[in-house]
Design a binder for this molecule. Structure first.
Ligand code: GLU
Length: 489
């Protein structure tokens, strides 16, 4: 059997870690099984719908660089893949259940439903939800009334029975039908379906074989199984994915930090690092191996790699991944990824870089990639390359237990080395400074420190020799001259 699974988001919010984890696992499972991964937009909740969330969905997955085999944007055999374009279908299926006596029309007004809810709450009744008031209406009479009165269609839950299904991860699950949401609405009075009906009809029509979804949907599954039975359809295999928690053991939320992919992106995370980390949220692959490309994950993924225990979202670990991926990245690609952050902070003056600046930026990557955790840090660390930094206060140039006069002398000595230094690699440049330090009988560090402060504008900076090569001797000399001027007062 060829597997078909899906990601079925409701565009009622930004794409977040949990949703992307669901999408990723479905994607990986389909790839590993040589199956098909489908995107379906469940946009039947029109009050919370926003087109901006649909745009964010496409944008997020384009950035993460993984895609589906069928979906609203690319079509497929079972199109349309947008539920709001399928309303006639749901209506037809709801009416089919009505005709079979598995559903009934409900004429209760919103006011009555509200009253029932309040009464039940006030009396702490064990049953919540609808009181099945219209369940007893004779179907013929109901059909007559439905011609003129607004009504919903509700599922007639078979009472007194038990619903059983097996979850791939959680095992056998039993639910007394009397405890299932009492006769939920399938079709609203405006003809729109509820999530339950649309979800089941679509999974069936789109020939979905596996439903991998967040564990918060587990309590809806008995109802879904009842619906499948009512239609006489075979349910798909269910696998409810382990919860994603914050470090405090509570469900991951904004309180813990960033949760939307957009935020991670804006904060300077790389898509590959995020994917690698998210793929490990609730799944374990090979002992000791932590780095996986999407292709490697797709080769290894299987449902028995999933953990039952909830996954803990560790922001520090994700940072570790990001730093690692920055280090592993090719310089030109890294420069490209960091460029928007550079433009955003006006690194190149106002706007986009010219070719020379762009080149310089790419060449500067080796200076920063070893230490950067976020893409956004990269241009911050490199500002001194693109504009002359202000000359720091004189004390900044003075080595420990030394004097201003000594600093001036050291800087003057250092200046003499620049013409040669700018053409040497790191080892050559180090040797050059060493020889000079020995012949002048000064400490190597003392010779380097004022030079670094004059050229980069700070005591702590990216590697000095690489910076000198990039800036060129002349520009470094100008910086040193300005510094000397200030030091000499
Ligand atoms: N539309 C539901 C959601 O937003 C889909 C749940 C499911 O996968 O069945 O998560």
């Amino acid at each position: 059997m060829s597997i078909r699974d899906r990601y079925a988001p409701s565009p009622t919010g930004l794409q977040h870690i949990g949703g992307v984890r669901t999408a990723l696992f479905n994607y990986l499972y389909a790839r590993a099984q040589n199956g098909k991964f489908i995107l379906r937009l469940e946009d039947t909740d029109r009050t919370r719908y926003d087109a901006a969330y649909v745009a964010n969905l496409y944008d997020t997955f384009a950035w993460l660089n993984f895609s589906w085999d069928e979906g609203p944007d690319i079509g497929g055999e079972y199109k349309p893949y947008i539920q709001s374009e399928r309303t006639e279908l749901y209506k037809k299926y709801a009416e089919e259940l009505l005709a079979k006596g598995q559903a009934y029309s409900c004429f209760c007004s919103p006011e009555r439903l509200d009253m029932v809810r309040k009464e039940r709450e006030a009396s702490h009744a064990s049953e919540t939800g609808y009181d099945r008031y219209c369940r007893g209406i004779d179907p013929k009479e109901a059909a007559q009334r439905a011609k003129t009165e607004p009504c919903t269609i509700r599922l007639k839950i078979p009472l007194g029975a038990t619903t059983r299904f097996s979850d791939t991860l959680l095992g056998d699950i039993e639910w007394k039908n009397d405890d299932v949401n009492p006769d939920p609405v399938l079709l609203k009075s405006d003809g729109f379906p509820t999530y339950h009906l649309a979800n089941i009809v679509d999974d069936h029509l789109m020939k979905i074989t596996h439903v991998l979804r967040a564990q918060e949907w587990l309590s809806s599954t008995p109802l879904h199984v009842i619906l499948y039975k009512a239609f006489g359809w075979e349910p798909p295999a269910f696998c409810h994915l382990p919860m994603v928690m914050g470090q405090d053991g509570k469900k991951l939320s904004k309180r813990h930090g960033a949760t939307s992919i957009d935020e991670f992106r804006k904060n300077g995370y790389l898509p590959d690092a995020l994917i690698n980390y998210i793929a490990l949220l609730g799944a374990s692959y090979e002992e000791g191996k932590e780095i996986y490309t999407l292709a490697e994950l797709a080769e290894r993924f299987s449902l028995d790699k999933l953990n039952k225990a909830p996954a803990i979202f560790d922001y520090k670990k994700l940072e570790w991944y990001n730093a690692l991926y920055i280090r592993m990245m090719d310089d030109n690609k890294l420069a490209q990824a960091a460029l928007p952050f550079a433009i955003n902070m006006n690194l190149f003056g106002n706007g986009a870089p010219n070719d020379k600046q762009k080149n310089m930026f790419a060449q500067a990557m080796p200076l920063v990639k070893e230490r950067a955790v976020f893409l956004s840090e990269i241009p911050q660390k490199l500002t001194y390359l693109f504009s002359e930094p202000p000359v720091p206060a004189p004390e900044e140039f003075i080595p420990k237990k030394s004097t201003l006069e000594a600093a001036i002398k050291l800087l003057t000595l250092g200046r003499e080395l620049l013409r040669e230094m700018a053409h040497l690699d790191d080892a050559g440049a180090e040797e050059l400074v060493k020889v000079k330090a020995e012949s002048e009988q000064v400490k190597l560090g003392d010779l380097l420190m004022p030079l670094r402060v004059a050229i980069t504008g700070a005591r702590v900076s990216p590697p000095l020799f690489g910076s000198v090569r990039l800036l060129g001797a002349e520009s470094c000399e100008t910086r040193i001259d300005r510094a000397l001027e200030k030091l000499r007062g």
